[in-house]
Design a protein around this ligand. Structure first.
Ligand SMILES: Cc1cc2nc3c(=O)[nH]c(=O)nc-3n(C[C@H](O)[C@H](O)[C@H](O)COP(=O)(O)O)c2cc1C
Length: 360
């Protein structure tokens, strides 16, 4: 399948847009760990058009993040066109993605995100407006519909294709489902059968094995991973190995996990201006990196209270020292194999994922 942007593999693996998570440092990290494509979190077209400083700051990305899409949302076609034009001129990503999936009240109240799905002529107008504002390929990310009664992902996808969208990512839940229930992968297969443009499957990929299973069962052209990347950016390398029939790289042990977390922290410090705020925001990543580690209650508690990046290395060092002590006393410190679908630590980790993201 031909993608409208450069991809290094037949079945690209894509880091999903995630507000507050898929920021520049995490995107870079996931690219290093095998994500073929990354997407910014959703950004308000109105805010971009008004050149809101905080929003423009979120548009910064490094060359090592390419291939990258910038995701915008809004229900005003003129604002969407202007935002696409500014993003194209100033930031030059490989493509512009339109968010038709966000379920959050403050967004859908003004018909943004999945709010657009109530009116497919609005969906078409928005896509056409964005295309008129950019020479870049324009793609969409949709849900299966606004509500169960209006659930019709094939119809939505056909409208998007007709309006000129060059690829469709489907998160097969409705807006009313928010993040509850299972993602309906059959709908990905049905959309794939119905359209000619690339279809990107998304939803409930928690392990590298899930990525393979989704692709095989739906025939989707690319796989997009969101929450499954929390604290385990190596999921992309592991999934790639499975796609290529190679042995899956082992899930990193404790020291290697800490090293990844520290290199992530370093990238955040290089990127962010407000380091105190960034350290507090980074607590969630720290929690994800150490989820499921043995005897980690104290470690998690300390990491969730950090106020500066300087504290993290010492906390990790304390844990490793303690771990040696437990080992001498005969305790187990087997690493958690997050790559295995059967690992108990993985089950616990995934069960505790937030079901309703605060922002999108
Ligand atoms: C914290 C969080 C933030 C999200 N922000 C966005 C966003 O900005 N744009 C978007 O299209 N989807 C957003 N999503 C939805 C994800 O991209 C994805 O569609 C959804 O989480 C299902 O995939 P998963 O089961 O792999 O997590 C967000 C999800 C989460 C958990």
């Amino acid at each position: 399948m031909d993608f409208p942007y450069p991809v290094a593999h037949d079945i690209p693996l894509i880091l999903a847009p995630m507000a507050g998570v898929s920021e520049s440092p995490f995107r870079r990290l996931c690219r290093r760990h095998g994500a073929d494509v990354v997407v910014t979190e959703f950004l308000s077209a109105e805010a971009i058009r008004r050149e809101n400083a905080a929003t423009l700051s979120k548009l910064r990305f490094g060359a090592d993040e390419r291939t990258i899409g910038v995701q915008i949302f809004g229900a005003d076609p003129d604002a969407m066109r202007d935002a696409a034009a500014l993003v194209t001129d100033v930031f030059q990503p490989e493509y512009i993605d339109i968010n038709f999936g966000c379920p959050v009240k403050k967004v859908v109240r003004r018909n943004g995100g999945s709010g657009c799905l109530k009116d497919l002529s609005l969906v078409e107008s928005v896509i056409k407006a964005v295309i008129s504002g950019t020479h870049l390929p324009v793609t969409v990310k949709i849900r299966s519909g606004w509500s169960e009664e209006m659930r019709d992902p094939v119809k939505i996808a056909l409208h998007c294709q007709a309006a000129g969208a060059r690829a469709i990512a489907l998160h097969p839940r409705t807006r009313t489902q928010m993040y509850t229930g299972a993602a309906n992968w059959d709908e990905i297969a049905r959309v794939k059968e119905a359209v000619e443009i690339p279809v990107i499957g998304n939803g409930d990929i928690k392990t590298p094995h899930d990525a393979l299973r989704m692709q095989r069962s739906t025939g989707c052209d690319a796989v997009m991973i969101a929450r499954g990347s929390y604290g385990q950016p190596w999921i992309f390398d592991q999934a790639r190995a499975l796609f290529e029939g190679r042995e899956m790289p082992a899930t990193p042990g404790v020291e290697a996990r800490f090293a990844v977390a520290l290199s992530h922290a370093k990238m955040v410090q290089e990127y962010e201006v407000d380091l105190d705020g960034a350290a507090i925001e980074f607590r969630k990543h720290l929690g994800w990196y150490v989820k499921g580690l043995p005897n980690s209650a104290d470690l998690r508690k300390r990491l969730h209270a950090v106020n500066s990046f300087g504290e993290v290395e010492g906390i990790f060092a304390d844990y490793l020292r303690e771990r040696e002590r437990w080992a001498e006393q005969g305790g187990s410190d087997a690493p958690v194999d997050a790559g295995s679908p059967d690992a108990p630590g993985e089950a616990a980790r995934l069960e505790s994922r937030p079901l309703e993201p605060a922002e999108a």
